[in-house]
Design a protein around this ligand. Sequence first.
Ligand code: KG4
Ligand code: ZN
Length: 338
Amino acid sequence: MLVLGIETSCDETSAALVDGARIVSSVVLSQLDHAPYGGVVPELASRAHLRTLVPVVRQCLAQGGLELAQVDGIAVTCGPGLVGSLLVGLSMAKGLALSAGKPLIGVHHLEGHIFSNLLGSDLEPPFLVLLVSGGHTELVTVAELGHYRCLGRTRDDAAGEAFDKVAKVLGLLPPGQVVAGGRAVSTWAAKGDPAAIAFPRAMSGGPGFDFSFSGLKTAVLNYARGLRPGELEQQLPDIAASFQEAVVDALVQTTLRAQADSGMGAVALAGGVAANTLLRQRLQEACQQRGARFHCPPLPLCTDNAAMIAAVGHHYLRLGRVAGLDLDVDPRLRLGAD
Ligand code: KG4
Ligand code: ZN
């Protein structure tokens, strides 16, 4: 069964064809429009999706050597995300579904990130997943596909958001290029000493499995502001490395506590921050030490992509759970048990 996926929730315009756990073709276009602003500008994002989504879908079908008529269903992200961007994707998906007479499947973006672990892999529930993206930081148990329980989440900034803000304020983003804040921080961190500065750990301090990154972010900004002229440039690698160390440490420690508490034998990583090399290594080592299976998606499937959306669509299409053409977007859609 072949599903066409469409993802436009933020600043990646993407289409993919997926057959079960197999990616038949995939196109991801990262928008360049936001580079001068140091962050995603919602209106520019919607307009860029409007310009590029049709060519991206065409390219995806051509890459797979397939026509729309051969597709069994059309899956599209309907939330959470930027409302204008989501509307462009959903309108496109509805148009295709209507014109080709195909079923439409509305997909939760975070469920897509969870499913990115299942593409090309034999991972099966139950497992615990650490979802770390630009908008979310959550620890979720997957009892079975479609049945999710959130054990903890960030009380303020998402991990990716903290990476992005620190990269922006410290001026780590290469001028004129589109590089994720997290990637820029980790590139600088590779040249620095992670033990140079003792930043506070991004823990919520409570007994549960929540996170809090705003205190850490403020500590980094205050540290940078307290430096004399010239010192900041010199210390950038150490600041980046020490900040990254504090984020990764908090993510790994809390995930391990949740793993022990939930008794899950497998731990997965998902979301854009799952592309962070240090996080992948640390969590893998920690899981290995306690005999738990560890899984993380290949790098291109960590950040936003339509293959993960098509994979979710495939699952629900098989179950016959399709949407009507009155499907709407929800920028704050929650990932709930059902
Ligand atoms: O999942 P994603 O592509 O979009 C959202 O759904 O938010 O995640 C984007 C986030 C950004 O905050 C970006 O800075 C972060 O993922 N990111 C990274 C790395 N690559 C992307 N964070 C840390 N290290 C990386 N290598
Ligand atoms: Zn995402």
